[in-house]
Design a protein around this ligand. Structure first.
Ligand code: HXC
Length: 510
């Protein structure tokens, strides 16, 4: 009996060694943790339960029958993050470069199936040389099986991808279908075809980092939602994000203890809006001042900074925030901002996370670049996302909100539940100058007359009261009381029930 127990322990120890000490050292030398070290940091101490530790591949070509490492290059299982269940897979680069074989893929599929069945998030740690070359099409099939599960799981359980090494070829499409992608600076990359193929086909010379590193994907392509300095930071921030999210689409996000008075008045907000309407102010100041303990988890901070997206808590409850940022492009909506915010709104709606929208928007960005790029269709994504969302929606207008952008940004007309405005808000078809130039074109030569027309227009429309008279604004509130008002608004909406008519699925303008 003792021998048998010892044998198990010895087999386990061999499996834990992955590709052996030499390759573990090489992994560490690159500043990367091993697959198991990553799981240890991601999950609560001692909570990891492993599946399929002894699974080995079935390939016999290229002399592979003699090399069958236990676990086959991926560590899978479940554990907890702050006591809540998550499923996890972590590719082991020390075993055949973490490459995906038929059995490696099947291990991932097994935990994804369990996650969908049991309603818990999937966190995938990607560090892989891609399809296992020796297995050919069997490996491609394995990817296909994973892709299918990504889609089945979408909107059912949150899926998070951590890119902590190479992720190339079709392999990038599994992370691409998950809800959030986080990368590690200087040690991870994602691309469909690598620098060598790029050089052959297009003659472009580009490094792997330039082509698909963390900076590229968080700033240019928006494929990734965040970039972190190292593995440890990425794993810690993933734990932080999971705390904001429900386990699945039938549960609410967890309510965390809070130590911040929901009725807190913040006098500094009464002077946040500058006297000069053309002077920007930092909308993040408002977000952190109304959030519980000032805690804000930002998503896609480095991309389309003219709109801000992320999570806060109010009275311990998760809330998704979408806010125009006046310091960047005056907070205009453009293609990138619309896409970024639309995806965020849809995530919140899919997982029953209420949405707070903070509005200061001069309109959609004009120009051929935008029109040729399809701003109509991309802007419509955000409009569509807000309109279909049935979660509690609270909107606060801080300053201007003009034209189509007024309607798009969670207006009353798109079923927002509470629409508050600060006294500094202006709701109009456009700014006073633009309006007067159209309405009084014949008087354009007379500067004084035009100035007085602009003044008249501002007096009449540069305020929230015209919209409030029509009931499009529910209440004009003091800026300092914003936290108290929105906490009460969301509290009153906790029992909200709203459903869209039955349909197979909608046809959002993709
Ligand atoms: C089998 C692989 C492998 C792979 C790496 N290895 N990639 N084994 N299949 N795809 C093995 C290496 O042989 C090596 O084994 C070990 O992993 C580490 O690899 P190195 O090359 O020594 O590491 P490094 O220098 O860090 O380079 C990493 C790499 C490179 C950039 C990922 O290995 C590489 O280019 N690999 C091939 C990538 C690729 O073309 N994959 C197919 C993509 S197409 P030893 O025994 O020496 O330690 C694809 C399609 C998916 O994935 C489609 C889905 C639909």
């Amino acid at each position: 009996m003792k021998d048998i127990l010892a044998q198990l322990e010895s087999r386990r120890e061999t499996a834990r060694q992955g590709g052996g000490q030499r390759r573990i050292d090489a992994q560490h030398a690159k500043g990367k943790l091993t697959a198991r070290e990553r799981i240890d940091l991601l999950l609560d101490e001692g909570s990891f339960e492993e599946f399929d530790m002894f699974v080995a591949h079935r390939c016999t070509d290229f002399g592979m029958a003699e090399d069958r490492p236990a676990g086959d290059g991926v560590v899978t299982g479940w554990g907890t993050i702050n006591g809540r269940q998550v499923y996890v897979f972590s590719q082991d680069f020390t075993v055949m470069g973490g490459s995906v074989s038929e059995t490696h893929g099947a291990k991932i599929c097994k935990i994804m199936d369990m996650a969908i069945q049991n309603g818990a998030p999937v966190i995938g740690i990607n560090d892989s040389g891609g399809a296992r070359i020796q297995e050919g099409v069997a490996s491609l099939a394995a990817y296909g099986e994973v892709f299918q599960r990504n889609v089945t799981a979408s909107g059912v359980v949150p899926q998070i991808s951590l890119i902590m090494g190479p992720c190339a070829g079709g392999a990038v499409y599994s992370p691409a279908m998950t809800d959030f992608i986080f990368m590690v600076k200087d040690s991870s990359y994602m691309f469909v075809t690598g620098p060598d193929v790029v050089k052959t086909v297009t003659n472009e010379v580009v490094t792997a980092e330039e082509l698909g590193g963390a900076s590229t994907h968080t700033r240019k392509s928006s494929v990734a939602d965040g970039a972190f300095e190292n593995d440890v930071e990425a794993l810690a921030e993933t734990r932080r994000l999971i705390d904001f999210l429900p386990l699945n689409n039938r549960e609410k996000a967890p309510v965390r203890p809070f130590f911040d008075d929901p009725g807190r008045i913040d006098k500094s907000l009464d002077t946040l809006i500058p006297d000069n309407p053309n002077q920007p102010y930092d909308m993040k100041e408002l977000i952190t001042k109304i959030a519980d303990e000032g805690d804000f988890f930002e998503i896609q901070a480095a991309f389309a900074a003219n709109i801000i997206t992320g999570f806060i808590r109010l009275e311990g409850q998760s809330v998704g925030v979408v806010a125009n940022q006046p310091t960047v492009l005056a907070g205009c909506l453009d293609i990138d901002a619309s896409r970024k915010a639309a995806r965020f709104v849809r995530f919140c709606d899919a997982f029953e996370i209420p949405i707070l929208t903070l509005v200061d928007v001069p309109g959609f960005l004009p120009g051929t670049g935008q029109e040729y790029g399809g701003v109509i269709k991309h802007g419509a994504k955000l409009l569509f996302a807000y309109a279909e969302a049935t979660v509690p929606k609270v909107t606060v207008l801080t300053r201007k909100t003009y034209g189509g952008a007024y309607v798009v940004m969670a207006s009353k007309h798109l079923r927002a539940d509470f629409n508050y405005a600060w006294p500094t808000a202006e709701v109009a078809v456009m700014g006073a100058k633009g309006a007067v130039e159209i309405l009084y074109r014949s008087e354009l030569g007379d500067k004084d007359k035009i100035a007085s027309r602009v003044k008249d227009y501002e007096d009449r429309f540069a305020n929230p009261f015209v919209a409030a008279e029509k009931g499009f604004i529910d209440e004009v509130i003091m800026p300092s009381s914003t936290r108290r008002r929105i906490c009460r608004a969301f509290a009153s909406l906790r029992t909200k029930k709203l459903a869209n008519p039955w349909k197979k699925h909608d046809n959002i303008p993709l």
